[in-house]
Design a binder for this molecule. Structure first.
Ligand code: ATP
Length: 414
């Protein structure tokens, strides 16, 4: 297989990688974006952070509000963050998403000034706040932080809590500013209440209003929904998204919840082992993950072995047109690849044993749907999404069909 065909699977080791991913214009290469394409994009001047859609995203000329360059954080022999690059433009909400211990919170704390990077540079607007010998203390950075536990003062009213965030809480304009902020978060009537008399969602909105009060250049949200119950979490995501959009604030949030990251963010930065493995719009990282790690972390993912033949793509569950694979150019005939398939790309059909591709080995009931895990004769396990009315038994022989109506990402055979 030609080198430029290789997706960058497993190669998250260079700083250029996250830069390049950051800079990636929508390509027709899908997961198979070659180095040549990155170079071409760079030559065209595709800048870090370029993207489309969302709030002010897609404006490559938009001001860079936050930039992390080759940031490293070590605690003794432990490396929590290992060469992280990220650029955030004005008005964007970027979410750092990754498994526990990958370095998300440490990164957020370094942006806030609660930790100093061991190496690298952090700039907020034109100010280098860490690196180059400079370390600006947290209170001198134009950065707001919303804590997981909201951290409201119990002895102050809601309005007083919000006013606490103002630089001059006793100024004549302070009352008006507090009123505006309470209106923004939908709590105009709650100014005199005690935080203790509010629901979890309302407390979160007060915390947000307080953090927005000093009009920070960047707002940081540390697992902002983790203290809310599941149904409230979904509602608050929408609400927080609206508030941040209306406030026009640039924000960075941290979560390990894929759904939250995908639904809330303008761009998602997937963090693995202390560095960003891919950054892009939610649809881009979900549909065209540049590595198996990103593919697997963003949702149920299986990898179907395929051979590129003269006439099409041959798999153990049938032959398909070459268009099935995103960005598959000429010159791949005879190559083996692994195709990323998600449950909604596949269907299982009960058949006689002799016609089966494999058997159901697990049923996952989610309420509206079943996900059937099917072990193929070659040992590969694929997940197939079905309506809850389609009930198959574990052990049932089934044929598996690829029903994806979009091109799929692929990787060089493992
Ligand atoms: P989680 O989602 O569980 O909060 P995370 O991605 O936010 O995880 P971090 O809290 O940034 O991860 O931690 C990254 C690594 O750095 C972990 O291995 C952690 O144990 C280590 N670490 C973090 N803070 C310290 C510290 N103060 N001293 C030593 N090691 C630390």
């Amino acid at each position: 297989m030609p080198d430029d065909a290789h997706p960058r699977d497993g190669d998250a080791s260079t700083p250029e990688r996250s830069d390049a991913a950051d800079a990636a214009p929508a390509t027709d290469g899908g997961a198979a974006v070659g180095d040549a394409e990155w170079d071409a994009a760079a030559e065209r001047g595709a800048v870090v952070g370029e993207s489309t859609g969302g709030r002010g995203v897609g404006d490559p000329d938009g001001d860079v509000v936050l930039r992390l360059a080759d940031v490293v954080k070590r605690y003794g022999s432990e490396t929590a963050v290992s060469g992280l690059d990220l650029t955030v433009r004005e008005g964007e909400l970027v979410t750092l998403l990754g498994p526990s211990g990958c370095g998300k919170t440490t990164t957020l704390r370094m942006i806030a000034g609660l930790e100093a990077p061991t190496e690298g540079t952090i700039a907020v607007g034109d100010d280098v706040v860490a690196g180059d010998g400079a370390v600006t203390p947290p209170e001198e950075r134009d950065v707001g932080l919303v804590f997981q536990e909201f951290a409201l003062f119990p002895h102050l009213t809601v309005a007083e809590n919000v006013a606490f965030g103002l630089e001059e809480p006793d100024s004549p304009d302070a009352d008006r500013r507090v009123e505006t902020l309470l209106e923004l978060v939908g709590l105009a009537e709650y100014g005199d209440r005690s935080p203790a008399d509010l629901s979890g969602g309302q407390r979160q909105r007060v915390a947000l209003a307080r953090s927005l009060a000093p009009e920070p250049d960047v707002l940081l949200l540390d697992e902002p929904f983790s203290n809310l119950d599941v149904s409230l979490r979904v509602r608050m995501r929408e609400e927080v998204k609206r508030i941040l959009e209306e406030a026009g604030v640039t924000a960075v949030s941290v979560t390990h919840d894929q759904e939250e990251a995908l639904s809330l963010s303008d761009r998602v930065a997937v963090v693995n082992d202390g560095r960003i493995e891919q950054v892009g719009e939610p649809g881009e990282v979900f549909e065209h993950p540049t590595s198996r790690f990103v593919a697997s972390f963003l949702g149920q993912a299986s990898f179907l072995s395929a051979r590129i033949g003269e006439g099409g793509v041959e798999t153990v569950v049938g032959s398909y047109d070459r268009d099935l694979l995103k960005g598959l150019g000429d010159g791949y005939v005879g190559s083996r690849v692994d195709v990323l398939v998600r449950p909604d790309d596949l269907r299982a059909t009960p058949v006689a044993e002799g016609d089966a591709d494999g058997e159901v080995v697990r049923r996952q009931y989610t309420g509206p749907s079943f996900v059937y895990h099917v072990r193929l004769h070659d040992g590969t396990v694929l997940c197939c999404l079905h309506n809850h009315t389609e009930e198959f038994e574990v052990g049932e022989p089934v044929a598996v069909t690829l029903v994806a109506d979009h091109a799929l990402a692929w990787y060089p055979a493992a």
